[in-house]
Design a protein around this ligand. Sequence first.
Ligand code: MN
Length: 227
Amino acid sequence: MTNLVIPAPQVPTIPTSDGGAFPVRRVYCIGRNYAAHAIEMGHDPDREPPFFFQKNPNNMDASGEFPYPPHTSDVHHEVELVVALKSGGTNIPLDKALDHVWGYAVSLDMTRRDLQGEAKKMGRPWEIGKAFEQSGPVGPLLPVSKVGHPDHGRIELKVNGEVRQEGDLNQMIWKVPEMISYLSEYFELAPGDIIMSGTPSGVNAVVKGDLMEATIEGLGGLTVKVV
Ligand code: MN
């Protein structure tokens, strides 16, 4: 590129299990994708159309540390499966959706729940609660060639050794192919897009010094210290 008037920002990346780096273009996050979590947030778990919000690509962070963010006193953990796309398009049919997946990872959708709650009440967007610095701790991406397409298996989050969240990937209301196909009807998906696929019940607050250990069966773990 020529004539950039400021230095180009670096492309955010997620490390891969084989020592590579996956460049991130967009981060789509689904809301209320496990019935038990929808209920704990005060909503009907029936299968209504899915809804999505976005984090910023450079919110994804593999440092293993989560700096307690400003202007909140209620930061929640949400353990989630990340789906990383190697290709995209529009109107992707369900039976072709998984062909676009490069791999999977364990992640945390860290949430300023107090600010998100205010935004909901006032009918405002969620970014202030969801899309802040280092709000997307993420583990190494594992390629489909190694782990296939996990559609069941335990998903869990411990804080300081105590289980806070647990569920099974098979409890997702909207499955991975459905999320890809649905998103592609509204957006043009492309290589580098990732989807955070929702959290099981048990979301709760962390404080400085807490150690979060997220695991998904078959995908290993992610350990993040709140600093
Ligand atoms: Mn979430």
